[in-house]
Design a binder for this molecule. Structure first.
Ligand code: UD1
Length: 417
């Protein structure tokens, strides 16, 4: 088991470079099997979710090679093998193989995906999309068999603007006969990045980034080279850490437009930042103003930043409120923040913060990826030593987190116990 030890209250200065986006990468890797040639994807983050997806590629007998930050995927001699639970339950995004295999072979057999326990996370909208394209779905225990004689373009209205369903339906529809329209599609930047990748391979997708996506099926997808966009959630995490502990901390290689909701909230509570074309420089202040935050689909306030942002609210004067609207179970970090000295009460989907409170190191556990990031931020702010268990969750999504924070002055280590 890995634990993370943080000796808090250090000032952080220097530059942190943002890696490629996890949530784009985890869709791009399965999407790459749709070509019959070779796909090179650069700016791939070295996180355990990437490794888990490359393991699935190897299971399918796809040739995978890594060269520094790139991955070269050659599916020429791949086979449509059932994806067993051992592979599927390592991460949520394994479900993108459902859409990609269906799109390529008109058949996918895999087990229900894993991922963070932040809510029920059903996949009914994905399946509804596959069915509209002509697939039949059989579910036995946790095993899904999705198959079609022929995939035909369809009009699909998503009841929820789901990121996963939007991408999965794009993957299944890209080689279908005719035109598919996805209405009430999710608009996250990662969806645009995946659509651009598919278009680079010869797909015909327009409208990604809006709520209506039109996909005209093509027969063949060719070789391509593609770059992953910077990780907006990693960027937001380090900017928040800068507002807690920074002394001119530069968070570099990001796209400010992707985190506008966060940057506006930070400005509103009094965080001082210099926002450049691809960087943010941020320093800590003693206290901030209280505020109200409600998570929403893009371009709203990202649910993935809610937990880390909440650490800043423990340093805000007065009563703040956070309402989570996307997932039912995204307050699991709160009892641990309270253990570190915060004063937070949860009622239903709203957490109420009374601040400011001094944070003091303690033993805490990362219950999921972003809860873990929140505890890292809190541990960096707290006086004394914080020990975080279940660090594996954090390593699923943050590339070289210990090295990046250590380089700007944090006292942070991971130990195997
Ligand atoms: C993706 C991101 C995750 C982010 C989330 C919301 C990846 C790998 N993960 O997750 O980091 O927090 O978007 O921005 O990209 N839902 C249904 N039925 C479905 C699909 C979703 O009810 O078929 C519900 C979910 O339970 C959730 C909401 O819709 O309550 C949004 O989920 P969705 O956008 O699909 O999130 P993910 O793709 O799982």
């Amino acid at each position: 088991m890995k634990i993370m030890e943080i000796c808090g209250a250090q000032e952080l200065s220097g530059t942190i470079r943002i890696s490629g986006a996890k949530n784009a990468t985890v869709a791009l890797i399965p999407a790459a099997i749709l070509t019959d040639e070779e796909a090179t994807i650069c700016n791939i983050p070295e996180i355990t979710d990437t490794e888990a997806l490359c393991d699935i590629l190897r299971l399918l007998e796809v040739k995978v090679s890594r060269a520094s930050e790139s991955v070269i995927i050659n599916p020429k001699s791949m086979k449509n093998i059932d994806i067993t639970e051992e592979y599927s339950n390592k991460l949520r995004a394994s479900y993108y193989f459902m859409g990609a295999l269906l799109g390529k072979y008109k058949k996918a057999v895999m087990y229900f995906p894993g991922g963070c326990s932040i809510g029920a996370r059903p996949i009914d909208q994905h399946l509804k999309g596959f069915e509209a394209l002509g697939a039949t779905i059989t579910v036995e225990d946790n095993k899904y068999v999705v198959e079609a004689k022929e995939l035909k373009g369809a009009n699909i209205y998503l009841d929820i603007a789901s990121v996963g369903a939007t991408i999965n339906i794009m993957l299944a529809a890209v080689k279908a006969k005719g035109v598919t329209i996805i209405d009430n599609a999710a608009k996250e930047p990662e969806i645009v990045n995946v659509a651009t990748f598919l278009n680079n391979m010869g797909a015909k997708i327009v409208g990604a980034g809006t709520s209506t996506i039109k996909i005209t099926g093509v027969e063949y997808l060719h070789k391509c080279f593609h770059e992953v966009i910077p990780d907006r959630i990693e960027a937001g995490t380090y900017i928040i850490i800068g507002a807690l502990c920074g002394n001119k901390l530069k968070v570099d290689n990001l796209i400010p437009e992707h985190i506008e909701a966060l940057l506006s909230k930070l400005e509103e509570i009094g965080v001082e930042m210099e926002i450049g074309p691809d960087y943010v420089i941020v320093s800590k202040k003693d206290t901030y103003k209280a505020t109200t935050v409600k998570t929403g689909v893009f371009p709203g306030f990202a649910t993935d930043l809610q937990q880390v942002f909440s650490v800043l609210l423990t340093q805000s004067k007065g009563k703040s409120k956070v309402t989570e609207t996307i997932f039912e179970n995204r307050f699991m970090h709160i009892p641990f923040l309270n253990k570190l000295g915060a004063n937070i009460r949860v009622s239903g989907q709203t957490a109420t913060f009374l601040g400011p409170t001094k944070l003091k190191g303690a033993n805490v556990a990362a219950t999921d990826l972003r809860a873990g990031a929140a505890l890292v931020a809190a541990g960096l702010k707290a006086e004394g030593k914080t020990v975080i268990t279940n660090v594996e969750h954090i390593l699923r999504g943050y590339e070289q987190i210990v090295e990046k924070l250590g380089d700007v002055g944090a006292k942070i280590v991971i130990k195997e116990i």
